[in-house]
Design a protein around this ligand. Sequence first.
Ligand code: ASP
Ligand code: MG
Length: 414
Amino acid sequence: MRITVQKFGGTSVANLDCMCKVLDKNREILSTGCKLVVVLSAMAGETNRLLTLAGQWSDRPDPWELDALVATGEQVSVTLYAMLLKDQGIRARSVLGHQAEILTDCSAGRARILGINSSRMLELLNSHDVLVVAGFQGCDIRQRITTLGRGGSDTSAVALAAALNAELCEIYTDVDGVYTTDPHVCPQARKISRITYDEMLEMASMGAKVLQIRSVQFAKKYQVPVHVRSTFSNEPGTIVTKEEKGMEEALVSSIAYDKDQARVTLMDVYDEPGVAATIFSPISDADIVVDMIVQNPSREARTDMTFTVPRGDLEPTLKILNRIKTEIGAPAVVHDAQVSKVSIIGVGMRNHSGVAAMAFTALKHEGINILMISTSEIKISILLDEKYTELAVRTLHEAFGLDKPEPTPKSDQS
Ligand code: ASP
Ligand code: MG
């Protein structure tokens, strides 16, 4: 049985007119003789409305009741949409998370999918051409309704595509794909036709505006190619896929930025075994994610330790450091909340030296000072004064030729 999964976000099912566009997208697939699993989000604004409602009823809503409540958003969109399909004479039905037997772990509000009963779904597909599945929701072992975190319908779609061995997983949204950088910051940004899972994961918060990060991790794990595209156009979007031949021809694929950063420096800590553990263990116990870490060379058995945390975690981080600073001999803790991180991403840089030097030179020409640097195989991140973020993004975007048309990968025949 050939199966395609198509997922539509909240703006794509916001009203009847939008749903009719969804219908067109479905028909294209159905006309190829493929069965269809349509995963829907709640109608635009609905999940927020339900969350606000819960907040009016309770200061600390019970997490299980909250999940059961917000899951109703998707129940509305799938049932309405299934009605529309049936009126068109299409053999369709709605399927809620527990009916699809999407089993999750027991973490309310951010549950992870453990498994899907694919034989149940396949059985339903025998007698239907379209199954309209509620995204974002599942059910735990104790029969409680769970939700997968904001934007979780993307993950529902990818998980269903993996479980059903679908030939295609299309994620329809209101943007037409993944861009080389934020078009609001850099109007020259262009759509990327193919990007690897790893690059998409490295784009972090920027990529997350297009796809829930967890769905990308899922797609990578099960090697599901995902096509992100717009409901409101017929243009192809961006394919997120495993690394293929030719993809490394572009040195850099995108420039991401993150303003949610703060920098902390512990001055003159003892340079001896155990100090880093003393600093970072309590921070990690507090669930604070440390990103860049730099330890300076030591002078007279003392060193400076600098690191970054999400800006919202600065206060709790400083509290922890003030508690332990005498133990590690640090006379002072300094911090700066006005910093941001700009990242250069590309699988192509794996086989090239000089990417960092190119980036630093471009920034030098704009007089932008670099505060910290961290690198991985496919990413170079630079911490800088927040006020230079946009300039740095535009400078690097141009320096790596991302404003030029996308290179076409050489075909195997050539
Ligand atoms: N309706 C949920 C949300 O707004 C899930 C989704 O849209 O993917 O986060
Ligand atoms: Mg979304």
